[in-house]
Write a protein that binds this ligand. Structure first.
Ligand code: 3H9
Length: 717
């Protein structure tokens, strides 16, 4: 809806009303059309101000309407009518003006923003482009290079930057509506011809062709297969090279292709899934809206290795007081320096003062006695972690939440070492912890809803996307990763090379294939875990390929035995010019090694194509995802998808593994898993999960209906 009133005698004030973000639903569009008409025909009204209720201008088109039967007046003619008005129209921007919201403001003759407002055209992150004239008006207003950058990245800008770019005419620290009314009174009666952006020529730009070529190359590289950023460049090119009306035609044409694409569906699914995971629930029935988080003012981090340092930085940047504990002298000194450096670099980037004074360092665990919450980040060793939890339980004040940053060890077992297991949860950060957005909050059967709520709330405060998951080996992300990694190794045994496997996965959209990633994170990490699990047979020339009754590939172990740990040693699945170098080069030694290995084990290499790589790696991972849903470790497919998009580089325009399975077709995934399980009966996890079978049997419902099927399944158990 849009409300109309006449204020200050001569101003028609239009207020958009559609909580929570005043999205441009059919009713709002109709409201705008009606109220603008009313204001323009009211002889007492000299100028018009458009604002939004509840401190937000407008969050853009109503995404919930997409894909449905869209009724109501379309945006483009509505904005044209505003621009063509013969009375000045001023946009009063508070909170956000995003997407269609900013496009509406660009149709107005003037724009006044509050200093805290944010503006942007984020359509690209929904798989779309700003198709209400945004791709045509913004370059005309601020120039082609700046418009290209904003439209292809979807970046939100502050009011100050918007003023500098020329997107807004004025910024105020006071009431934006009052400032806009005053402004509107001043400009009443002034000529409007120079204020209609669609009539501006696009600012001249030297060497337009090479500019677009350069931007297109950059965009294609970072888009990793996403089509919207490319279409955004094409639309802006039309603005720069064609008259306005032709440009609008091009914008419409490109939008029509994007609008019905699978990528747009996937990205819009991600938008809602990201918000849905915040509405967590536990099997006990505890929920986000009934469990109150306790405020955390002071936190502690135990262990200042790579993870502990990142977590310390992330907490300090959030404004919390942090006690950082490291008992080993050498590590202590190095960590202090490293943390300060990270804080200083981060502060410089963000133009703020580094939060150095938020951290106090100690070599004694007693220093954590008065904190509200502890995050343990010591070495991934159960015996060590158990000792730390026993100490923490004795040292901390009553009620302190004890969290572990383990990436897969048993959280319940750690909880059992403490006096109050209900205060224990996992907070699984991803490296580097001050950069990566994902946080898995792991609850055990004894974790209290308040402990979960507090960890979720703290994660949110730290700017993380927090997902609540149940406790099992590897939790959600790493549990699913295991079959994916293992399939990649089996593919090498059967004839593939690391280059082939990585290329297939990178073309799919991962930023890095599995072997390049393994070289980056270090092969020795998994080796140590496998040794702990009793899987590694050290030093034997021809290690068995069956362990504990199932197929096992010792390839990674053999490389580690040779000291090939990846980038850090300059050799891994690839070779590097020197240890620490990041440029992976094909290594003939590795290819020989694989051939010898196959010969030694009587394995005959067969031709493996990209499709087989994708099917085996991805469907194995997806099948484990179905098991996780069946086990109740993740509450729904959205939780899994958000974990993969934010923590594991799954291409967002493919929506996450479970959404992707739905896009491929569940029946097809089932059929391929059956095929591969038949071919590899010694790989039990290729056997299709019964939940997948059940979903296929019930007609492969869309991903948002899976929870119903899962609920039914659980109620029958
Ligand atoms: C577009 O404009 C296309 C046009 O160019 C061309 C058309 C021809 N629609 O994020 P929050 C819901 S495309 C519907 O938690 P915050 C959201 O789902 C659009 N619903 O709040 C959530 O619902 P729930 C381009 C929307 O304060 C609730 O509002 N615009 C929309 O942290 C609160 O959201 C964008 O991409 C929407 N447009 O952040 C902007 N937006 O409570 C997308 C939000 O049921 N929106 N909801 O979970 C945002 O970036 C943030 O929501 C915003 C507020 C910054 C506005």
């Amino acid at each position: 809806m849009a409300q109309y009133s006449r204020v200050s005698g001569a101003i028609g004030l239009i207020t958009l009303q559609n909580p929570p973000v005043n999205a441009l639903s059919a009713a709002v569009r109709q409201g705008i059309v009606d109220t603008v008409k009313r204001a323009l025909s009211d002889p007492k009204v000299n100028s018009v101000v458009i604002c939004g209720q509840n401190g937000i201008f407008c969050g853009g088109a109503d995404i919930k309407e997409f894909g449905k039967n869209m009724s109501g007046p379309p945006l483009v003619p509505m904005i044209h009518a505003i621009e063509a008005a013969n009375k000045p129209v001023v946009a009063a921007i508070e909170g956000s003006a995003l997407g269609g919201g900013l496009e509406l403001a660009l149709g107005c003759h003037y724009r006044i923003a509050h200093s805290k407002a944010r503006l942007g055209l984020p359509e690209v992150s929904l798989g779309l482009l700003p198709a209400a004239g945004g791709t045509q008006r913004l370059p005309r207003l601020i120039g082609v290079p700046a418009a290209l950058e904003l439209i292809t990245t979807g970046r939100h800008v502050t009011a100050a930057e918007a003023l500098q770019l020329g997107v807004v005419d004025m910024v105020t620290d006071h009431s934006t509506v009052d400032a806009a009314i005053k402004f509107a009174l001043n400009v009443a009666g002034k000529p409007l011809d120079g204020r209609r952006i669609s009539t501006y020529p696009c600012p001249r730009q030297s060497d337009l062709d090479s500019l677009f070529e350069e931007v297109m190359q950059k965009v294609r590289k970072s888009a990793r297969g996403a089509i919207a950023p490319v279409a955004c460049v094409q639309a802006v090119r039309a603005a720069a090279t064609q008259p306005y009306l032709q440009g609008m035609e091009r914008e419409k044409e490109l939008m029509a292709t994007l609008f019905t694409s699978g990528q747009a569906r996937a990205l819009q699914y991600c938008f809602f899934a990201q918000r849905a995971v915040g509405r967590w629930s536990m099997p006990s029935g505890a929920r986000w809206d009934t469990s109150k988080a306790r405020p955390v003012h002071k936190a502690a981090v135990i262990g200042l290795g790579t993870m502990g340092r990142g977590i310390t930085v992330a907490l300090a940047q959030t404004g919390l007081s942090v006690v950082a504990v490291e008992t080993q002298e050498k590590q202590f000194m190095e960590a202090k320096q490293a943390v300060s450096g990270m804080l200083e670099r981060g502060a410089k980037r963000r133009g703020v003062a580094p939060a150095l004074d938020k951290i106090s360092y100690s070599r004694d665990i007693q220093a954590v006695a008065d904190v509200d919450l502890v995050i343990e980040a010591v070495f991934e060793d159960m015996a060590l972690k158990k000792t730390v939890f026993q100490q923490l339980s004795a040292v901390c004040k009553p009620g302190t939440f004890l969290c572990t940053n383990t990436s897969g060890l048993d959280v319940d077992h750690l909880a059992s070492q403490t006096r109050n297991p209900e205060l224990v949860v996992g907070m699984h950060f991803f490296a580097p912890a001050h950069v990566m957005k994902l946080l898995e909050v792991v609850y055990g059967p004894q974790s209290s809803p308040q402990a979960v709520a507090t960890a979720m709330q703290l994660g949110k405060k730290m700017g993380k996307v927090s997902v609540a998951v149940g406790n099992c080996q590897g939790f959600v992300g790493n549990r699913m990763l295991k079959p994916y990694l293992e399939q990649a190794l089996f593919l090498l045994e059967e004839g593939a090379t690391p280059e082939l496997v990585d290329r297939a996965l990178e073309e799919f959209g991962f930023p890095m294939g599995v072997f390049r990633m393994s070289d980056l994170s270090g092969l020795d990490v998994g080796w140590r875990v496998r040794k702990g699990d009793g899987l590694v047979e050290p030093g034997s020339g021809q290690p068995a390929r069956i362990r504990k009754g199932r197929r096992y590939s010792p390839l990674g172990d053999l490389l580690c035995e040779q000291g090939r740990f990846g980038q850090k040693t300059g050799r891994g699945w690839y070779q590097y010019d020197k240890p620490g170098s990041r440029v992976a080069k094909s290594d003939p030694w590795l290819h020989n090694f694989l051939e010898e290995y196959r010969a030694r084990h009587g394995l005959v290499a067969h031709r493996i194509d990209h499709q087989e790589v994708l099917e085996r790696c991805l469907y194995a991972l997806i099948n484990e995802g179905f098991r996780i849903l069946e086990d109740g470790i993740a509450a729904g497919p959205e939780d899994i998808d958000i974990i993969y998009v934010f923590g594991y580089g799954w291409p967002r325009h493919r929506g996450g593994p479970m959404f992707y399975a739905g896009m491929v077709g569940l029946a097809k995934v089932l059929e391929r898993l059956e095929h591969y399980h038949h071919a590899h009966p010694d790989v039990p996890y290729l056997q299709p999960c019964s939940l997948l079978r059940r979903l296929v049997a019930s007609g492969s419902p869309p991903v948002h209906s899976w929870r119903e099927v899962i609920k039914k399944l659980h109620s029958q158990l």
